[in-house]
Design a binder for this molecule. Structure first.
Ligand code: GDP
Ligand code: MG
Length: 163
């Protein structure tokens, strides 16, 4: 049975961009515009010799609407239940937000195996957000640029002992 890795986090942090990179096809919808409803997507993925199944969480995306927030939470909980481990992604350019803290709480409550990903960290722009991410209390974050493919070797090193 394939190892299952869920990518979770608030909308727009870059989950689908990473999903697409790991899958190697544009299966997940990447969208610049908030308000697009999506679902859980599952596909075969790999980084070098590591093969696994990746799950993209979506559905949302107007965080001001309580019902949509609830939907995002339920989707995340479902993904965590299905998964062996989670990549919890934050936007390193924005830093840790209240919504991020909410997701961290869900992951803690579910006892998920978590790797924190500080995404959009290309160049120096994500440095503050990377340090900020330690405050989530979920371990050392991985600096990543899902869009530019930077930090994937660090992600590999963190995933390798789990798979
Ligand atoms: P999701 O809602 O978490 O699935 O986020 P998406 O993958 O749809 O990405 C949201 C936006 O962030 C898109 O405009 C992406 O192009 C952009 N994005 C994703 N990864 C990166 C990255 O590593 N760096 C930068 N600068 N932008 C990114
Ligand atoms: Mg998405």
């Amino acid at each position: 049975m394939s190892f299952k890795l869920a990518i979770v986090g608030r909308p727009n942090v870059g989950k689908s961009t990473l999903f697409n990179r790991l899958v190697g096809k544009r299966l997940a919808l990447v969208d610049d515009q908030p308000g697009v409803t999506r679902d859980l997507r599952e596909a075969a993925a790999r980084i070098a010799d590591l093969r696994f199944t990746v799950i993209d969480t979506a559905g949302l995306e107007d965080a001001t609407d309580d019902s949509l927030q609830g939907r995002m939470r339920r989707l995340t909980e479902r993904a965590v239940e299905m998964a062996d481990a989670c990549l919890f992604m934050i936007d390193a350019r924005v830093g840790v937000t209240e919504a991020d803290r909410g997701f961290a709480e869900i992951l803690r409550r579910q006892g998920a195996t978590v790797i924190v990903i500080a995404n959009k960290a290309e160049g120096k722009a994500g440095e503050a957000g990377f340090y900020d991410a330690f405050q989530l209390g979920l371990g050392e974050p991985v600096q990543l640029s899902a869009e530019h493919g930077e930090g994937v070797t660090d992600l590999y090193s963190r995933l390798r002992p789990l798979i």
